[in-house]
Design a protein. Structure first.
Lengths: 745, 324
C-alpha cells in the first residue's frame, strides 16, 4: 500500500474555488434544474443530523439522472428539498434553480406555482399517495385546474382521458370515474405518473417509484415512465437503491453516501469503470440473475456513518478496505477521475481503481462455501420436508345476515414438493401467487389441513399431541422478513435467544453457553447480548433473527424474504452468512423471495408459483437458464440487471395487466389471461389452453442427448406446466430498446 | 474458515462507532427528556408530588386531628389556632383536608393502577385467544358496561351492604366497587391494540417456537403496550378521584367518620354562604389534584407518542452546525 499523500492537502482549496466558480455562473448551459451546494439538516434527540451535505448537479432537458444510495444516504431528502416539501424544522441552504429561477427560500404558496406544473414528483407508495375519497378523474383534473384556471371542463376531461391512455390504462374514459381502491398498486402508480405529467413538467422526480411493486409490474411502470418522458420531454430524476433499475434508463448516475455524492458520471463510467470503492462494493454486492457461475457476494462491512457529526475524513473510510492514513485527513472532494470531466469520484485513490480491478479481492469476499451434502446425489439424501397435494381454499361469502358463498379463493391449490438435506429450495412468484400462504400452511402444521405435510418424518396427519408438535418445532424454525418486527423491542438479545432454549427445557448454564456459541456463529460480538434490538443495524438484527432460528439446532429453516428489508451492502453479508451456515451446519432452507437474483444466487432448486399452483419447478440453473414456462420467461425478463449495455439491448416481455383475482381464474391454464404465447396462438390451440389444465411434466433431454446415450435417459430435474412452451411470443408484449441512446429524439 | 474474523472486526468498529456517536439512547431516556421538555407537565408532576407529600406529613404540623372537637372554636374562620378554620362541629378543617386528600389519592392510585392491570390482562387474553374466548369475554365486558354503576355503589355502600360494611371501612368498599366498574373501557382499547400486536412477527415467532400462550401474553403482549398502560394509569387515577368525589358528594360514597375531599365538599355545599372556607378549601385541593394529573397526562402523551413534534424543540448542540 502506498501513501499518496501529495494529492490530499492541496486539494480542498482547489475544489472550493472550482465549486464557487461554477456556483457563480449558475446553470452555465441550458440545464433545466441545477442544484448547488445543497445542505439539509434536521433536529433529533441526539442533536442536528446533517442529512445532505453538499449536493451539486445539473440536469439537462430530456435526460435522466439516477441518484443511487442506501437508506439514510440523503437521496430522498434531496428530492424533497428540491420540491420544497421538507418540514419547517429542517434547515436548508444552498441553491436550487429551475430554469434559472431560484426555488430555495420561496414560501410554500410561491412554490405551489412550480409544484405539479414545472416540477412534479412520483412517490414511492402508490397505495397511499392517492386520496381514497375522490375519483381518479377528479384527482387528475384537480392537477389541471390548479395550474390552468382557464381550461374548460370538457377540455380537462379530454386531457385526463388522454393522460390515462398515455400511461396505459385500458378504457380510460370509463376508468375516470373509478376510485383509487378499484385499481391495483401498479395501476395506481400509473395514475400517479399521469397526474405528475399532466402539466408537461420540465422536471419529473421519481422517488423509488417501483420499490413497492412486483417485478412484472415494475417492468410495466418503468416502461410507462419511459413513454411519459418521451411524450413530455421532461428531465427525470430517478431515485432508487436498486442499481438494476437505473442501469437501463438513466443517462447519468450520482452515487450518494452519507449525504454526499461520492461518484458521478455517465452510466457506462459508473458501471464499467467505477473509481470509488463504495460504488465498486455496491456493484459487487448485488447478485445477478443472468449469471449461473457461483461466486460469493461482496460484503461491505460496517454501517453507514452517523450524520450527527460531520466526518473529519472520508465518510466511507471506516468501511473501506483500501483505507490509508491519508483518507482520514479531510473529506476528499469530487474530482475528475480518468481525465474525462464528466466522471468524478470522491476518493484520493481513484487513480489506482478502475474497471479491471477485482472487487472480490479488494473486499476480501469469503470463498464459496462447500457443503458436505453437495457431493451426494440428491436422490440419496434424506427428505426433511415433504408436501403432498396441500390445498388452502378460502370461501368467499357475501351478505350481512345470511352469508352466501359466492366463490372460492384457491390460495394454494394442490402443491407437492420435497426438500432434501442440505439444499435450498425457493418459491418465487408475484405477490398474490400463494407463496406466503404455503409457508403459513407448513408452519401451521395441523391435523385438519387439506393435504399432508411431513416434517422430519413427522406427518401432520398423525401428529396430534403437543409432544409431537414440539418435536416438529425443533426440526423447523423460521426467519422473518422484517428483522425489526420479528424481535420484541423490549427484549435484550440474550432474552430473545434464550426464549426457544428455555422452551426446549435447557438449564441456565447450558443456555448461556449456547447463546455465546450462537452469537459467534452468526458473526455478532458476544458481549452484545445485553443490547436491545433497536441498538443494532438492520443487518445485525437479521443476524439475531437467524441466530434465534438456529438456537434449537433445526434441520430446516424457513426463510420468508430474508433480505428484502435490508440495504444492498448489508444484504450481501447476510446472504453470505446463510450460504456459509448451510454448508457448515448442513441446513436445508425453504425460502420465499421475490428477488430472483437472490434466489438464483443462493438456491439449489426453485419453484415458480402462479395463482396457487406451481408452474415450473426444478434445479435453479435449469429453470433460470432455460425457462420453459412463458410465465417464468416473463418473470426473468422483467428483472433489471445492473449492466447498462445488456439492459439497453435485451428483449423484454412486458406482461399485460396484473395478477387476476383468484375469483376469475380461468378454467384451463391459470396464466392464459396474461400469457404472451397464448395471445399469439391460433384460435384452435387457444381452445386447449382455456379448457384443459396443463399438468406438470418433466423436461426430457434433447433428442441429440438421447441419441448419444444408449438406452432410456432419465428425465432432467425440471418440470413445467404448459402445452405450448415453444410457441411464438406475442409481438405486442415484447419491448426492445436496441439503440445505444435510449432517449433519442 | 470463512469470514468470521472480518465480521468480528467490523463489529468492533461498529461498536466503537455506536458508543462514540452516542447514537443509542435508551427509550426511557428519550421519554424522560421529552416529558421534561413539557413545562406544564413538569409543573403538574410537582404539584401532584407536593400534594401527596402534604397528605402524608401534613398531619404533623397541627396538634388537631379529624376527630377532636374544639369546643371553643365552632365554625370559626381561619385563625392562629386553626390554619383553615373549623367546621360547624368544631373539627379542624386543616386536619380533615389532610386526611381527605390522603383518602382521595389512595383511592385514585389503587383504583387507577389495579383497574389498568385487570384491563391489561383481560384485554390481552381476549386478543390472544380470539374466537369463542374473545366472544364470551367481550359479552361479560359489555354486560358490565351496561350495568348501572351508580345504583350498585349506592346499594353496596348504604343499604344492602351491611355485612360487608361491618368488616370493611367505607373507603375500601368504595375502592372495590369502583374497581369493578372502571376497567372495561381500557380493556376494550387494549384488546384492539393487542390484536394489532398479534399480527407482528415477534408474536408469530414465539408461537412458531412453541412458547405457551400464557407466556406470550405476559412476556410479549403486556410489556409492549406499556406506554398505553402508563397513560391509562394517570387517566384512571383522575377518573377514580372524580368518581369518589362525585359519589361522596351525593352521599353514597365515603361515609363519616371517614373523610374524603368529596365528603368535605358535599357537606359544605349547603353552607357556602355562612362557612365559605369549608367549601373552597377542599374544592381547591381537588382542582389541584385532578388538574395536576391532567397536566401530567398531556406531557406523558407527548413523551410516548413517537410522532409528536417534541423533537423539533430539541436543543441544538452548539458548534455542530455546518459552517454555512
Amino acid at each position: 500500500m502506498s501513501n499518496e499523500t501529495t494529492i490530499g492537502p492541496a486539494d480542498p482549496s482547489g475544489a472550493t474555488a472550482e465549486r464557487l466558480h461554477i456556483a457563480g455562473l449558475h446553470s452555465p448551459s441550458d440545464a433545466v434544474l441545477s442544484v448547488r451546494d445543497l445542505y439539509v439538516s434536521f433536529n433529533s434527540e441526539n442533536g442536528s443530523v446533517h442529512a445532505v451535505r453538499g449536493v451539486d448537479f445539473d440536469l439537462m432537458p430530456g435526460k435522466t439522472l439516477g441518484i443511487v444510495g442506501e437508506s439514510g444516504s440523503g437521496k430522498s431528502v434531496t428530492s424533497l428539498a428540491i420540491m420544497g416539501l421538507l418540514p419547517s424544522t429542517a434547515e436548508i441552504s444552498g441553491s436550487v434553480r429551475l430554469k434559472g429561477q431560484e426555488l430555495l427560500g420561496l414560501s410554500d404558496k410561491a412554490m405551489c406555482a412550480y409544484r405539479g406544473n414545472d416540477i412534479a414528483m412520483v412517490f414511492q407508495d402508490p397505495l397511499s399517495s392517492l386520496t381514497p375519497v375522490y375519483t381518479v378523474g377528479a384527482q387528475i383534473t384537480e392537477a389541471l385546474t390548479i395550474h390552468n384556471p382557464g381550461m374548460s371542463k370538457p377540455a380537462k376531461e379530454a386531457r385526463a382521458v388522454e393522460l390515462l391512455a398515455m400511461v396505459g390504462i385500458p378504457s380510460p374514459k370509463n376508468r375516470l370515474k373509478a376510485f383509487p381502491h378499484e385499481f391495483s398498486g401498479g395501476m395506481r402508480q400509473r395514475v400517479m405518473i399521469a397526474i405528475a405529467i399532466a402539466n408537461n413538467p420540465r422536471v419529473l422526480i421519481a422517488d423509488e417509484p417501483t420499490t413497492a411493486l412486483d417485478v412484472t409490474i415494475q417492468a410495466q411502470v418503468l416502461e410507462v415512465l419511459h413513454t411519459a418522458q418521451e411524450e413530455t420531454g421532461a428531465a427525470v430524476v430517478m431515485i432508487t437503491h436498486d442499481l438494476g433499475v437505473v442501469a437501463g434508463i438513466a443517462d447519468d448516475i450520482m452515487v450518494m453516501y452519507a449525504g454526499k455524492p461520492v461518484e458521478t458520471g455517465s452510466v457506462d463510467d459508473i458501471y464499467y469503470n467505477p473509481r470509488m470503492p463504495y460504488t465498486m462494493g455496491l456493484l459487487g454486492a448485488v447478485p445477478r440473475v443472468d449469471v449461473a457461475e457461483k461466486s460469493s457476494l461482496v460484503p461491505i462491512d460496517g454501517i453507514p456513518p452517523n450524520l450527527l457529526h460531520t466526518p473529519t475524513g472520508c465518510s466511507f473510510a471506516p468501511r473501506c478496505p483500501l483505507v490509508t492514513d491519508a483518507c482520514l485527513a479531510g473529506e476528499p472532494p469530487l474530482l475528475p477521475a480518468d481525465g474525462g470531466a464528466a466522471h468524478k469520484a470522491a476518493c484520493i485513490r481513484s487513480e489506482e481503481l478502475g474497471g479491471d480491478v477485482n472487487v472480490l479481492e479488494i473486499f476480501s469476499a469469503p470463498p464459496v462455501p462447500v457443503s458436505r451434502f453437495d457431493a451426494v446425489p440428491r436422490g440419496e439424501r434424506s427428505t426433511v420436508l415433504e408436501l403432498k397435494d396441500v390445498r388452502k381454499h378460502f370461501p368467499l361469502t357475501k351478505g350481512a345476515l345470511l352469508k352466501r358463498r359466492i366463490g372460492t379463493v384457491k390460495a394454494v391449490d394442490g402443491l407437492s414438493f420435497d426438500i432434501r438435506e442440505g439444499e435450498c429450495f425457493s418459491i418465487v412468484g408475484e405477490s398474490g401467487s400463494g407463496k406466503t400462504t404455503t409457508l403459513l400452511e407448513i408452519m401451521e402444521f395441523h391435523k385438519d389441513q387439506d393435504g399432508e405435510v411431513v416434517i422430519g418424518g413427522i406427518s401432520n396427519k398423525q401428529a396430534v399431541d403437543a409432544k409431537a408438535k414440539g418435536a416438529m418445532r425443533r426440526e423447523m424454525q423460521m426467519v422473518f422478513q422484517d428483522p425489526t418486527g420479528a424481535l420484541d423491542p423490549r427484549f435484550t438479545v440474550y432474552e430473545v435467544l434464550s426464549e426457544p432454549l428455555q422452551n426446549a427445557g435447557m438449564d441456565k448454564q447450558a443456555i448461556r453457553k449456547r447463546i455465546m456459541e450462537l452469537m459467534k456463529l452468526v458473526g455478532l460480538q458476544p458481549d452484545h447480548v445485553n443490547r436491545f434490538p433497536n441498538q443494532f443495524s438492520g443487518g445485525q438484527r437479521q443476524r439475531v433473527g437467524i441466530a434465534r432460528a438456529l438456537a434449537v439446532n433445526p434441520k430446516l429453516v424457513v426463510l420468508d424474504e430474508p433480505v428484502s428489508a435490508l440495504d444492498v451492502s448489508v444484504q450481501a453479508g447476510v446472504i453470505n452468512l446463510l450460504d456459509k451456515l448451510r454448508a457448515e451446519l448442513g441446513l436445508s432452507y425453504l425460502m420465499v423471495a421475490h428477488d430472483l437474483s437472490v434466489v438464483r444466487h443462493i438456491s439449489n432448486r426453485v419453484a415458480v408459483m402462479y395463482l396457487g399452483k406451481i408452474v415450473e419447478i426444478g434445479e435453479v440453473d435449469r429453470v433460470f437458464g432455460n425457462p420453459r414456462h412463458p410465465y417464468t420467461r416473463a418473470l426473468l425478463s422483467a428483472i433489471p440487471v445492473p449492466d447498462p449495455q445488456f439492459e439497453r439491448t435485451r428483449e423484454r416481455i412486458i406482461l399485460k395487466g396484473d395478477l387476476p383475482s383468484p375469483l376469475d381464474a380461468p378454467k384451463g391454464c391459470n396464466f392464459a389471461t396474461r400469457c404472451p404465447v397464448f395471445a399469439a396462438l391460433p384460435a384452435a390451440k387457444q381452445e386447449k389452453c382455456l379448457t384443459l389444465e396443463p399438468p406438470l411434466e418433466a423436461v426430457l433431454p434433447s433428442p441429440a442427448v438421447q441419441a448419444l446415450e444408449a438406452g432410456p435417459t432419465a428425465a432432467l430435474d425440471q418440470q413445467f406446466a404448459c402445452f405450448f412452451p415453444d410457441g411464438e411470443l406475442d409481438e405486442d408484449m415484447l419491448v426492445v430498446h436496441e439503440t445505444a441512446d435510449p432517449h433519442g429524439p | 474458515m470463512t469470514n468470521l474474523n472480518t465480521v468480528d472486526a467490523a463489529a468492533v468498529a461498529q461498536d466503537a462507532h455506536l458508543e462514540s456517536a452516542d447514537a443509542v439512547i435508551a427509550k426511557s431516556t428519550i421519554i424522560f427528556r421529552r416529558f421534561m421538555r413539557n413545562k406544564t407537565a413538569v409543573a403538574g408532576l410537582a404539584i401532584f408530588l407536593a400534594l401527596t407529600l402534604f397528605s402524608f406529613v401534613g398531619g404533623f404540623f397541627t396538634p388537631w386531628n379529624k376527630e377532636t372537637i374544639d369546643p371553643f372554636n365552632i365554625g370559626m374562620p381561619p385563625s392562629g389556632d386553626h390554619f383553615l378554620g373549623t367546621s360547624q362541629a368544631g373539627i379542624d378543617l386543616y386536619a380533615m383536608t389532610v386526611e381527605g386528600t390522603r383518602i382521595s389519592i389512595l383511592i385514585g392510585l389503587i383504583v387507577g393502577l389495579v383497574s389498568v392491570l385487570i384491563a391489561a390482562v383481560y384485554g390481552c387474553t381476549m386478543a390472544y385467544f380470539g374466537g369463542k374466548v374473545d366472544k364470551v369475554m367481550l359479552f361479560v365486558l359489555e354486560a358490565l358496561i351496561m350495568m348501572p354503576a351508580l345504583l350498585v355503589v349506592a346499594v353496596a355502600t348504604s343499604g344492602g351492604g351491611d355485612t360487608l360494611k361491618k368488616n370493611l371501612p367505607s373507603w375500601l368498599l368504595l375502592i372495590i366497587v369502583l374497581l369493578v366498574f372502571s376497567w372495561m373501557g381500557t380493556a376494550r382499547l387494549i384488546r384492539s391494540l393487542s390484536m394489532s400486536l398479534m399480527q407482528r412477527d415477534f408474536v408469530k415467532a414465539a408461537q412458531y417456537m412453541g412458547v405457551p400462550p400464557r407466556r406470550i401474553v405476559w412476556r410479549h403482549l403486556v410489556p409492549n403496550i406499556g406506554s398505553l398502560l402508563v397513560l391509562d394509569v394517570t387517566r384512571g387515577v383522575t377518573g377514580a378521584i372524580l368518581a369518589e368525589v362525585a359519589f361522596s358528594f351525593i352521599g353514597i360514597g365515603i361515609k363519616l367518620p371517614d373523610v374524603s375531599l368529596g365528603v368535605l365538599i358535599g357537606g359544605a355545599t349547603s353552607q357556602v354562604q355562612t362557612f365559605p372556607w369549608m367549601f373552597w378549601v377542599p374544592l381547591t385541593v381537588m382542582f389541584l389534584l385532578t388538574g395536576s394529573l391532567a397536566m401530567m397526562n398531556d406531557g406523558l402523551r407527548d413523551a410516548f407518542d413517537p410522532s409528536s413534534s417534541s423533537v423539533g424543540r430539541a436543543k441544538k448542540k452548539s458548534g455542530q452546525r455546518t459552517g454555512k
